[in-house]
Design a protein around this ligand. Structure first.
Ligand code: CO8
Length: 263
């Protein structure tokens, strides 16, 4: 399906969503988020998709934040309704059963950083810049930034970024654990695709289980998390993928995962 504000492509089981408003540095307005929400639903319904990549059009920005022109038109109630819609869209992104990689190719500010943090991990080009600059607008983040950033980099560093509104470069983002890998922009998509292909070659059942166990475990104490791990492991072990993976190891061949629970 054609969208006005994003591009959705699927090749060899790997889907790519590209934020596509380059003249506004891919800023997130309501029509773009509606497109994103629909595309996430499509990805969730397509059994053949094994991995999703998010990136931005052009060589300057991933997403430069919420659309500031649009947000000046919201009253309090409209702002709250819009925020609920965007937050639920980012939650749906985070809860997708397939792994999601953010390929950050430039500015990831405000809502741009918030959408990147809703992905499973971030690879960045060396020109990328990250920040929550809402404080400079007399605002705070509204799409999960006050919650996800401290969980990712700790409260002290997150508060410094929130209170100063400063941007950090890709190297610094890498050094504080916000970004997994930094590379020249010309290598970003190839590197992300390579990782996506590695992920796509694994068993769908165990990928989903690994993602779900980490995400759910982050919200509970260690003991409860380990119990969840045992429960989810016990479901995994009876899957066809697990039989194939262990049999392939013993037969000294490459596993061919089908992604089904029952044999
Ligand atoms: N919204 C709308 N338009 C934008 C945005 C944005 N966030 N960012 C850039 N643009 C537009 C510019 O206005 C400009 O348009 P034009 O060519 O028509 O003048 C074009 O993109 C290019 O931008 P610049 O000329 O500014 O490019 P520079 O290279 O000089 O600067 C920056 C790049 C540093 C990224 C700069 O554009 C900037 O600071 N942008 C704003 C960043 C920002 O503050 N983001 C946070 C926004 S708030 C937010 O994300 C969440 C708030 C909570 C939402 C609640 C909703 C109800």
């Amino acid at each position: 399906m054609e969208y006005e504000n994003i591009l959705l492509g699927v090749e060899d089981g790997i889907a790519t969503i590209t934020f596509n408003r380059p003249k506004a540095l891919n800023a997130l307005n309501a029509p773009l988020v509606r497109d994103l929400s629909d595309a996430i639903k499509k990805v969730s319904e397509d059994e053949d998709i094994r991995c999703l990549i998010l990136t931005g059009s052009g060589d300057k920005a991933f997403v430069a934040g919420a659309d500031i022109v649009e947000l000046t038109k919201f009253n309090s109630l409209q702002a709250k309704n819009h925020i609920h819609f965007v937050q639920s869209t980012f939650d749906n992104l985070q809860k997708l059963s397939v792994p999601v990689i953010a390929a950050v190719n430039g500015f990831a500010l405000g809502g741009g950083l918030e959408v990147a943090m809703s992905c499973d991990f971030i690879y960045a080009s060396d020109n990328a810049k990250f920040g929550l600059p809402e404080i400079n607008l007399g605002l705070i983040p509204g799409f999960g930034g006050t919650q996800r950033l401290p969980r990712m980099i700790g409260p002290n560093l997150a508060k410094e970024m929130l209170f100063t509104g400063k941007m950090i470069d890709a190297q610094e983002a890498n050094s504080i654990g916000l970004v997994n890998k930094v590379m020249p922009q010309s290598e970003l998509m190839d590197t992300v695709l390579k990782t996506a292909k590695t992920i796509a070659s694994k068993g769908k059942v165990s990928l989903r289980a690994a993602k779900q166990t980490v995400n759910s475990g982050l919200n509970v104490d260690l003991e409860t998390g380990c119990k969840m791990e045992a429960d989810i492991f016990s479901i995994c072990i009876s899957s066809e993928d697990a039989k194939e993976g262990t049999t392939a190891f013993l037969e000294k061949r490459k596993a061919e995962f089908k992604g089904t629970y029952n044999s």
